[in-house]
Design a protein around this ligand. Structure first.
Ligand SMILES: *Cc1c(COP(=O)(O)O)cnc(C)c1O
Length: 236
């Protein structure tokens, strides 16, 4: 098995060439290292290679690991990328810089409540359901727009609408995968035209198996776990 350091270099060079192939500016795609189910020691290995931004999908696990990591590395950036239950929002707001999995207005209200109490602003991405085998995300453009409008109308001043996120289907059919990314890009473009005052610049799409396609379709942030840390052990 390759080391985390070797894997990171490889992923960086694959991102570089995907940017280049797509005619995009070098460095326009950010790497989020998805460290879910991997221990603090492995995250530290990535940090020592210069990786600063991490993604976790379970708040409880992320809270434990990152409370510890922040003591040593206060400038790490944590993104919550998994489905978020309302009763976990307080802890999520405590540790995260970005919540990428916003999929309902109720969640925005809850994030606002805790961010306001903590006196902190928190970036959010709107997760959009673009493919059948994903469970989460706003189901259609109307629902997405309703949530963005809720923020644009000033209902959640501590919540900073910063972008969009989706998961493509787990499929070998590149056309299906690409269609899913295209759908997010199109919806995001429409929303950005309607709400030019919002800083909605991020498109979080692409994982270990499909990130070159996502980069071709305009991704600004890829969320990569397996290609960096290896397979996850779900039985631990
Ligand atoms: C686990 C996860 C990833 C990373 O998946 P890999 O295939 O391991 O790169 C990306 N995004 C989300 C939302 C995830 O839950």
């Amino acid at each position: 098995m390759n080391s985390i350091s070797e894997n990171l270099s490889k992923v960086h060079s694959q991102i570089d060439s995907a940017e280049n192939d797509a005619g995009r500016k070098a460095g326009s795609v950010k790497l989020l290292a998805v460290s879910k189910l991997h221990p603090v020691e492995e995250i530290e290995e990535a940090v020592k290679c210069g990786q600063k931004a991490f993604g976790e999908n379970r708040v409880q696990e992320a809270h434990q690991k990152f409370t510890e990591l922040y003591k040593k590395y206060p400038d790490l950036e944590l993104h919550i990328i998994g489905q978020l239950q309302t009763n976990k929002v307080k802890k999520a707001v405590e540790i995260a810089s970005v919540i990428e999995s916003v999929d309902r207005i109720e969640l925005i209200q809850e994030i606002e409540k805790h961010a306001s109490k903590a006196g902190k602003n928190i970036a959010v991405y709107f997760e959009v359901h673009t493919a059948e085998d994903s469970k989460s995300g706003f189901a259609d453009f109307e629902q997405l727009q309703e949530a963005v409008a809720f923020c644009a109308e000033g209902n959640a001043p501590h919540v900073v609408p910063s972008g969009f996120m989706t998961m493509a289907p787990f499929s070998d059919d590149q056309n299906l995968v690409r269609a899913s990314f295209k759908k997010l890009t199109e919806m995001a473009d429409k929303i950005k035209k309607l709400y030019p005052q919002l800083p909605l610049s991020e498109l979080s799409m692409g994982m270990s198996g499909d990130f070159p396609v996502a980069i071709q379709e305009g991704s600004t942030e890829v969320r990569i776990g397996t290609a960096i840390f290896g397979e996850r052990n779900y039985n631990k």
